[in-house]
Write a protein that binds this ligand. Structure first.
Ligand code: URA
Ligand code: URA
Length: 243
């Protein structure tokens, strides 16, 4: 009889952390503060204190802020737009990249598209501050050009880490770019939207980007349908947890 050589969850996580640290080291980052929520408890229990996730996000933000992996973005940005919201959020929204206003203020989705996103969030009973909002790219591409493949590769570990810390119940990806990046597909948002996908085991609902909806208001109805699916799934998760 041979014993199965499948690595345990812990071994897998350790391997991933090791790879990530090597990657940071290769980008010139020599010091990584230990995040309290990521420390291991002897019982192997999950630490979920609010301070833990918040502190872990802040520690990560400190690593991201001086990032110069994409020289053009680093040279032209005013801010690194890390993300904002509740570190304990059940629902995470992921957009493409900061625009003019976001770069200026250092916050995601604060321009016209952001105002519509706030309404979309409120349409399913959340306050904006109760969800978490982030982007695939943390820096604004000059003149809002599309993010380049190497920029996405450079920035991806930061979003991955944000998701690993927040552990949202559902991720809502906004528009072609975020949907295709997180779902690893070339299929267009028109076909993806309204259908559940998955990212690292977390359910993903793709929907239209609010900037697209500003130009095509007739499609708001479809985004409303997608948001209702998110609301219903979150309600199911809550019921399952309490019974
Ligand atoms: N569009 C995005 O994709 N993200 C923002 O933060 C703002 C506009
Ligand atoms: N193209 C995008 O990038 N996003 C949309 O939501 C629709 C079309």
């Amino acid at each position: 009889m041979t014993l199965s050589k499948t690595p345990s969850k812990f071994e897998q996580a350790l391997k991933k952390s090791e790879q990530y640290l090597k990657y940071l080291e290769s980008s010139g980052i020599k010091h990584v503060p230990l995040a309290p929520s990521l420390s291991l408890s002897p019982e192997g229990g999950e630490r979920k204190s609010h301070g833990g996730k918040q502190a872990a996000l802040e520690a990560l933000n400190k690593i991201v802020r001086p990032c110069t992996l994409c020289p053009e973005l680093a040279n032209t940005r005013k801010s690194v737009v890390f993300g904002s919201g509740d570190s304990e959020a059940e629902l995470l929204f992921v957009g493409e990249a900061p625009g003019f206003e976001e770069d200026l203020q250092g916050l995601p989705f604060v321009g016209k598209a952001g105002q519509l996103l706030t309404k979309i969030i409120e349409s399913i009973g959340f306050k904006r501050g109760e969800v978490y909002i982030a982007n695939v790219l943390k820096c604004r591409p000059p003149a809002n050009r599309n993010p380049l493949p190497e920029e996405v590769i450079n920035c991806q570990p930061y979003l991955k880490q944000q998701i690993a810390i927040i552990q949202p119940k559902i991720i809502c990806v906004l528009g072609n770019f975020a949907a295709q990046t997180l779902l690893g597909t070339g299929t267009s948002i028109t076909r993806l939207r309204g259908n559940w996908g998955s990212y690292e085991g977390i359910p993903v609902m793709p929907t239209f980007h609010p900037a697209y909806l500003l130009r095509n208001p007739a499609d708001k109805r479809k985004t409303w349908e997608d948001m209702k699916m998110i609301r219903e799934r979150l309600q199911r998760v809550r019921i399952t947890k309490s019974t």
